[in-house]
Design a protein around this ligand. Structure first.
Ligand code: BES
Ligand code: MN
Ligand code: ZN
Length: 504
């Protein structure tokens, strides 16, 4: 199963006359001071008497931000959308927002396909390849709509195809731009897979349902090797900490492994570990009711593993990556783990569970012990781990911590390059006292209201001593509330950048 929305996203070189011939529901043209006189728009402008030229002037002088026009008779497109481009020195998030807005208009105009003329006057700071990649990624990601639990008869018209048009490119440049578009499209596809799993309500997305969906990836991506462990298997592995989380639930826990080996046989893999709590009630340490529905997204770490593995397979990436989806449902019941209970983790370290709502670290610590069997070059875990990171950084940034500064630096750099940003918090020894207790080797909480994000990472660091490790707290970045409530598909863009271009 693939979660791609746009079945094709092509890239081609066009000249002024070609633009008139493009058959599409919607031809989109970015407007800035330079495009108004761009030679590739000469024929289009003269096809409409002065309509298009005047509309561009209106946009350039700030009267309007975008103008939607029925296309003149001589033009192959049905409609034309003129839209103001971000300033040449605009921050990445504004460029991303621009492409999101364009896709919003494609959708609201009910166009089934579109052609987007990439401005030849791109921002100086970035090159055309970056623009092409981010446009392709954002078009695919923003084309996503969630329909799975809506009445099927009300299914809206959806955009199916896109064409990205460029002008004046040499054959070599066109070739490299085409590969940027292909890259961006595959990243967007991975983001959509991640968003879809996250957006599914918890009763439609249990650990066993994630297992089925993970196994189904094999059909479209035969290069992926998929396996899963049930609770019996986890018991045999002595994952007492992981199992303690699902104890209160009628839904059994499952841990899936997706292996992709496109690199040299002897190259050690990168291992990705995703927190997959399909619903987090808090357990016996029950959460308050307000916005508790959002805890259906508590499996977004696992969902981003699910997404990035598809992107790697789609791109036939020459890398070795193993992804783990560590799934369980955190519920209160007569069988549930209670505050004060002590469990034994796979590592042998015992853990006093002082708060059953700090469950993410309990599933992750056993997975982080298990991954040693893959002899990883690096391990990165992704988890919606703490409310504290929402307070500390808010939605713009994923929180990063770890035991290897070069790895953390590469993650931060991949965040900057992709526009899917991350920020590092210190994981100093000073914080280790938070997980001390009189009754076990470790406590799963401590330190009160102080540095909650770091306390969680500090707990995990007791299980990651034998390899280079980074932890990404995506509690703030993985989904958004408000009118656009839904999964964000992050940190798939960051991971794609890191794995495919980051030189790990
Ligand atoms: N899944 C939550 C973290 C979370 C909370 C993510 C809100 C997004 C929004 C996690 O399992 C949790 O409950 N963490 C607790 C830890 C605390 C008990 C030490 C938290 O952050 O409150
Ligand atoms: Mn919790
Ligand atoms: Zn949680």
């Amino acid at each position: 199963m693939t979660y791609k929305v746009l079945s094709s996203l092509t890239a081609n070189n066009v000249n002024s006359a070609d633009i008139l011939k493009v058959k599409t529901d919607l031809l989109i043209i970015g407007v800035n001071k330079k495009t108004s006189s761009a030679s590739e728009l000469k024929d289009l402008k003269s096809s409409s008497n002065s309509m298009i030229g005047e509309s561009m002037n209106e946009i350039n002088n700030g009267t309007r931000k975008s103008i939607f026009l029925p296309a003149p008779a001589k033009v192959g497109a049905k409609n034309i959308l003129l839209i103001k481009e971000p300033e040449v020195d605009a921050a990445s998030f504004l460029v991303i927002r621009h492409f999101e807005e364009i896709m919003g208009m494609i959708k609201s105009s009910k166009s089934k396909d579109f052609a987007f003329l990439m401005s030849s006057a791109t921002p100086k700071k970035v090159d055309l390849n970056w623009m092409a990649e981010v446009a392709a990624r954002t078009f695919e990601a923003a084309a996503y709509t969630f329909n799975a639990t809506k009445n099927k008869t009300a299914k809206p018209v959806t955009v199916k195809k896109g064409a990205m048009l460029f002008s004046g490119l040499t054959p070599a440049k066109l070739k490299s731009v085409k590969s940027s578009v292909q890259f961006g499209h595959a990243v967007g596809e991975g983001m959509n897979a991640t968003k879809h799993l996250g957006d599914l309500p918890a009763n439609h997305c249990t650990p066993r349902i994630i297992e089925t969906k993970t196994k189904a990836l094999k059909k479209d991506f035969p290069a992926l090797k998929i396996s899963s462990l049930n609770e019996k298997d986890l018991e045999r592995l002595k994952m007492g900490s992981y199992l303690s989380v699902g104890k209160g639930s009628d839904e059994p826990s499952r841990m899936m492994t997706i292996e992709y080996r496109g690199g040299a046989k002897d190259k050690q893999p990168l291992v990705l570990v995703g927190k997959g709590i399909t619903f987090d009630t808090g357990g016996i340490s029950l959460k308050p009711g307000s916005a508790m529905d959002e805890m259906k997204w508590d499996m977004c770490g696992a969902a981003s593993v699910f997404g990035i593995m598809q992107t790697l397979a789609r791109l036939k990436a020459k890398v070795n990556v193993v992804g783990l989806l560590v799934c369980a449902e955190n519920m209160p019941s007569a069988r549930a783990t209670k505050p004060g209970d002590v469990v034994t983790s796979m590592s042998g370290q015992t853990i006093e569970i002082l708060n059953t709502d700090a469950e993410g670290r309990l599933v992750l610590c056993d997975a982080l012990t298990y991954v040693k069997k893959f002899k990883p070059s690096h391990v990165i875990d992704m988890a919606t781990l703490t409310g504290a990171v929402v307070v500390a950084l808010g939605t713009p940034a994923t929180g990063v911590m770890g035991n290897d500064q070069p790895l953390a630096d590469k993650i931060l750099a991949a965040g900057e390059a992709s526009g899917d940003r991350a920020w590092q918090l210190p994981l100093w020894e000073e914080y280790a006292h938070c997980t001390k207790t009189n009754f076990a080797d470790l406590a799963n909480i401590g330190g009160g209201r102080e540095a909650g994000t770091i306390t969680a990472a500090s707990f995990l660091s007791n299980f990651t001593k034998e390899y280079k490790w980074a932890h990404m707290d995506i509690a703030a970045s993985a989904w958004t509330g408000g009118a656009k409530k839904g999964g964000s598909g992050r940190p798939v863009p960051l991971l794609a950048e890191l794995i495919l271009k980051g030189n790990l």
